[in-house]
Design a protein around this ligand. Structure first.
Ligand code: PDD
Length: 292
C-alpha cells in the first residue's frame, strides 16, 4: 500500500506532497516531529506522543497548532489506508517565511502527517540480541526537544551501520552514556533496572516510560542512574527501547560482550510484558482508535 500523507489538512499520496523551499523546517531545521507505531490499525501510546509533541512545540515557541485537530487528521490518515501494521510520521515546522534566523512575525506552522506500512525487521534480533557501537554525543543541550535537527544522530547511526550494528549509544566527554541515536536504553545491575535521568541531555522515550511502568507493575525496581562507557563491562543486562525497536536486548557493545553475550532474564520478561500489553491494546475494542 502506498504511503498516505496529510499536508496542512489536505490528504494526498505521500509522493505528491510538496512544501516550499522557504519552509523553516527545510532551511533551519526549525521543526519538531514524532514517530508512532500503528498496531492493527491503532496508534500505540498516542497520548504520550501527543504530550511530547506539545512539550517540543512549547519549548520552541511554535504557536497556533491545534493538536486535537492534528490528532483527528492522524486517525483519518490511518483509516484512509486502511493501515494495519504501520508507522506514522508527524512533523510541525514554524512555517514558510523569507529567510532570516529569528522568528518571522507571521508564519503559519506547516503540519505534515504521513502513514506507511511497516514490516518489522527486528523480530529475529529481539530473540538473538543486538550489537551496538558507542559514539560521541555531539548534539545540542536540548535533546528533550524532539526537533528535526538530527545531524548528531545521523552521524552516529551511520557509524553504527558502517560497523554492522543496529544502533550507536552516545557518550558525553566524561564518558556518560546518554541514549541511542534513535532509541533509549536501560541496563540491569544488582537486580535493578537503571535508566538515565530525565533531563535536557536525553529525549524521554515514550517506549521507555511505558516499559519502566510495566516493570514497576511487575514488582521490579527501576531507578535513575548514570552509566559510563568504561563501566559497560559491569552490567548484567542492557537493552534498547523505542517505537520500532520495542524492547531490544543488547548483547555486544564495541565488539565486547555484555555479560555472557546473551539476552538476560529481565529483558526477556520485559519483552514478554510488552508483547502482552500490545496484544491487549489490539484486542480491546474499548480502547478505540485513540489508543492510550
Ligand atoms: N526516535 N531517543 C531518541 C534520540 C529518539 O530519536 C527516539 C525515537 C527515542 C525513543 O523514543 P520513543 O520510545 O518515543 O520512540 C529516544 C524515533 C523513532 C525516530 O527518530 O525515528
Amino acid at each position: 500500500m502506498e504511503p498516505i500523507a496529510n499536508l496542512n489538512g489536505r490528504q494526498l499520496p505521500l509522493a505528491e506532497a510538496r512544501i516550499s523551499v522557504l519552509d523553516r523546517g527545510f532551511l533551519f531545521g526549525d521543526a519538531v516531529y514524532e514517530v508512532l507505531r500503528i498496531y492493527s490499525g491503532k496508534p500505540w501510546l498516542l497520548q504520550a506522543h501527543w504530550e511530547r509533541l506539545r512539550h517540543s512545540l512549547d519549548a520552541l515557541r511554535i504557536r497556533g497548532v491545534d493538536l486535537d485537530r492534528l490528532r483527528q487528521r492522524l486517525l483519518a490518515t490511518i483509516a484512509a489506508g486502511p493501515f494495519q501494521e504501520a508507522i506514522a510520521y508527524v512533523q510541525v515546522t514554524r512555517g514558510v517565511a523569507p529567510r532570516a534566523h529569528a522568528f518571522p512575525a507571521e508564519a503559519t506552522p506547516t503540519e505534515l502527517i504521513y502513514v506507511q506500512a511497516y514490516h518489522d525487521t527486528h523480530a529475529e534480533m529481539r530473540q538473538t540480541g543486538a550489537a551496538v557501537v558507542t559514539y560521541p554525543d555531539i548534539r545540542w543541550d536540548r535533546c528533550d526537544v524532539k526537533s528535526t535537527n538530527l545531524l548528531g544522530n545521523v552521524l552516529a547511526a551511520q557509524a553504527a551501520q558502517e560497523a554492522g550494528c543496529v544502533e550507536a549509544l552516545l557518550y558525553l566527554p566524561d564518558g556518560t552514556l546518554t541514549e541511542g541515536s534513535h532509541t533509549s536504553f536501560c541496563w540491569v545491575k544488582g537486580g535493578i533496572i537503571w535508566a538515565t535521568p530525565q533531563g535536557s541531555s536525553i529525549l524521554l522515550g515514550t517506549t521507555r516510560s511505558f516499559v519502566t511502568q510495566l516493570a514497576r507493575g511487575d514488582g521490579l525496581t527501576v531507578r535513575d542512574g548514570t552509566l559510563r562507557r568504561e563501566d559497560l563491562g559491569t552490567v548484567a543486562e542492557l537493552f534498547l527501547t523505542g517505537t520500532t525497536s520495542e524492547v531490544m536486548p543488547v548483547v555486544q557493545v564495541d565488539g565486547r560482550p555484555i555479560a555472557d553475550g546473551r539476552p538476560g532474564p529481565v529483558t526477556r520478561r520485559l519483552q514478554e510484558l510488552y508483547r502482552r500489553a500490545v496484544g491487549e491494546f489490539v484486542a480491546n475494542p474499548a480502547e478505540g482508535a485513540g489508543g492510550r
